[in-house]
Design a protein around this ligand. Structure first.
Ligand SMILES: [Zn+2]
Length: 233
């Protein structure tokens, strides 16, 4: 049996036949909602095998992060973009759990598998209510299951909804993300090595703000993992 087919069984409300979330090809019964071609063609970064990778460098000189990586490259109009769209905007959280489990499998045996607890970047309550779920919660669940780790979805709270940052200058962006997060349950991360998870990393400013809040808790160490990052090509 395909190692991820068991996840299908957790989502029995999905009736066959249906189409791959990545390429929309019709699936056979028993195939995952991300088909074998999409799974095999995932543009992996392999950053988890390399210190000083492009994601880790985003945090250099800013925060003492243990390590950081992304699972695959996000290319415009590519399969990963389609998967992220399904996950975030088309009500398909199972995509997050599957991608999380694929990623977790890659991280087995690496230093990322040595963390104590996995936590998601939270959405602001208003945004989560609107979407119905936090996509990162599902990524975290998939990763935790594969890595055999505990997770906690409520350690950190997001104090404001995120505004679009693309047209802002450096100073405005800094003000915008400053004190964006609050650790509301520090007892769950105190003295722990936390793996902080987001769906996509671009500038790293959101992850930086959340990691900064976590690092205020005594004895906390933070590693970072995201599903996608921009392609360097
Ligand atoms: Zn596919």
């Amino acid at each position: 049996m395909h190692p991820f087919v068991r996840y299908i069984n957790d989502f029995t409300h999905l009736a066959f036949p249906f189409n791959c979330f990545g390429c929309h090809k019709a699936l056979e019964e028993g195939e995952l909602p991300i088909c074998d071609d999409c799974y095999g063609g995932m543009p992996l970064t392999k950053y988890w095998q390399h210190d000083e990778n492009a994601v880790e460098k985003l945090f250099w000189g800013k925060l003492p992060i243990e390590q950081a990586c992304a699972y695959c490259f996000f290319t415009k109009h590519g399969m990963v973009q389609e998967l992220m769209h399904q996950l975030k905007y088309n009500g398909k959280p199972i995509v997050g759990e599957l991608m999380g489990s694929f990623f977790g499998r890659q991280l087995l045996g690496t230093a990322y598998a040595d963390v104590d607890v996995i936590i998601p970047i939270p959405l602001h309550a208003s945004k989560q209510k609107k979407r119905g779920y936090n996509q990162c919660d599902f990524i975290v669940k998939g990763m935790a299951k594969e890595l055999g780790k505990s997770y906690n979805l409520t350690v950190v709270e997001r104090l404001r909804a995120n505004e679009t940052q693309t047209k802002k200058g450096v100073y405005e962006r800094w003000i915008n993300v400053k004190e964006l997060f609050k650790v509301v349950q520090p007892q769950f991360v105190n003295g722990k090595h936390v793996l902080l998870v987001d769906d996509v990393v671009t500038t790293g400013s959101t992850l930086e703000a959340c990691a900064d809040a976590l690092l205020q808790v005594p004895g906390t160490k933070v590693s970072i993992a995201t599903i996608a990052c921009p392609s360097p090509f």
